[in-house]
Design a protein around this ligand. Sequence first.
Ligand code: 6R9
Length: 702
Amino acid sequence: FGNNDHGIAGRARKYRVTLDPRMDSTSPTGEASVHDDAMKESALNATVYPPASFVNNAHVSSLKQYNDMYRESVDRPAKFWGKIADELYWHTPYDKSKPVHSFNFDVRKGPISISWFPGGKTNLCYNAVDRHAASDPKGTALLWEGNETNQDEVVTWAQLKERVCQLANYLRSVGVGKGDNVTIYLPMVPHLVISMLACARIGAVHSVVFAGFSADALASRLVDSKPKVVLTSTGTMRGAKPIPIKKVVDAGIKLSKDKGVHVERVVVYDHPALPLAQCNWDESIDANWSDVVDTQPKDSPVEWMDSEDPLFRLYTSGSTGTPKGVLHTTGGYMVGTYATFKYVFDHKPDDVFWCTADAGWITGHSYLAYGPLIAKAKCVVFEGVPTYPDAGRCWDIVDKYGVTVFYTAPTLIRSLIRFGDDVVNSRDLSTLRLLGSVGEPINPEAWKWYHEVVGKRKCPIVDTWWQTETGAHMITPLPGAFAQKPGSASRPFFGVVPTLVDSQTGKELPPGPGEGVLCIKGAWPSMMRTVAGNHQRFEETYFSTYPGFYFTGDGARRDEDGYFWITGRVDDVINVSGHRIGTAEVESALVEHDKCAEAAVVGYEHDIKGQAIYAFVVMKEGVEFTAEMKKELVMTVRSIVGAFAAPDTIHWCPTGLPKTRSGKIMRRILRKIAAHEEDGIGDTSTLADPAVVNTILEWRGN
Ligand code: 6R9
């Protein structure tokens, strides 16, 4: 444990003392005493060491080992990544006589470029499926759990390969090949993972659109990527709620047609939630999955891909404009997701891994599909929702499948805390050995509950900071290597060099404690290579603000131990329940309503979701602002962006938004109003009309 080593006994003592359950006790009068508060405070700032039983079997089991590996990964990347890349199959080994990577991160020196593993040829699907189907055909690949408790299915490696090959054959039969785009709009059924793998197998570039996005959002992604084929289902169930999936696809395709994009084929899985006979059907475009895919031969050749051939694009929100198609390529993404899966989740052959994220987000791409499958993990895929049929569903699933590693988002943890500990304690969670968190900062209270009630204090927690753009974990504990601090993503993963930059001067902060904008120096294997079809936007978004660095869009603090604490976005992106939403997207959706003249959207703190959306609106001349109008505005956002982007609060601004004389909206003031911190509004003298602020405050609650 290097500098932090207190020995096993020391660790155990510290562990017991800081997390003594009595510190939560309240005084007999029911009020927490000052002493209890202090105890609680110190518990929340606790340093939590992994138990010796975990450390003894971990891939990386001391701070020293981590430090040595980290140094090698940064100083001798060819050696470090070469060893990991050699654990995987390369049809043509990459050229080891050349540097393992080359990159330019400095816009002043020419275009931004990144490449890894020069000259190598491989295939993600081959590494994630074929290798395991050959070595262990009957072994479990996917453990699918449906929305209802009696719906489940085990998919073996051999079956997974057959189903992937059948879809690969079908796609080829309709002319989809290397470099062609395919859009996937599916709920969390095995078909979703199979679809991604089939694309990877034939070199088609998949674009998974989360099946909670609206038809408009789907359409804009179809227009951007122009796929020949869309893979979808008739419907799905989310808890007690039936969701008509194909209807959204039909509407999305219609909208994209109006913009000149012609999808040739829609392949529809007949989901039991909604019989195909009840869907609109157009013979000229629609095909039933079981007719056209399940009848195909069960073997299909692999397309060998260059390291830098595209693998997928995944759209993500930024602070401006439409969502960007983040483009990931083959070799680096494969090695990066595999390495992080192996070390961060300390993967062991007997693990049953469950990542609750939908494959429509990057977490699902990297840790529901690719990372675990490459590492031959048994993976749970869950289609339902955590509170159906009751709030114990997650723990029932852990119990049913003997889940050993559980990876979820803080919002889910916070939403389950309120159902009480009994819901958890009544299930057998004894198989759990490691817990993970992703998507947003985890507050220490939620961390502590996760650790004590779910993990029974024996499971380390990996709080993994990363992004759609980074492809894989960037700052995260290695669970057996060093202590965790609740709320801190801790230290960089191998090969990642984070730095803090002063937003005023653009200069790097000196080493040691400090707070600034989080940037990354130098390229790592799984990073995005471009914004699909718009390299200029890639350079402007990530490399122009602080030349020479990759700009993450997050702020962070570094403490005296070198641990990073992510403080949240520094741009106009709101993180609602771990989903990134650009304020610009919600604003433009609001003004689509013909009675809304102007809108400004900010985030504010929310107990469960982390952040919630607060929309300030200005209505057109003579429009009355009623409860009905409010509902219409919310509906407009739901239908244009998606249900998860619906504003929680809509605030009418009868005399306009607070703007500077040059017409810039002063979001700083709006954020204060949304947070109910009127006292902190401060100087309004630079506003074109300072009285606007008073009017807005007067109309709170209307
Ligand atoms: C993987 C994923 C990325 C943004 C990122 C940051 C926030 C993610 C976090 C975290 C604090 C963590 N974020 N993980 N903040 N601690 N462990 O979520 O990708 O959807 O692209 O979001 O999410 O703000 O910049 P993505």
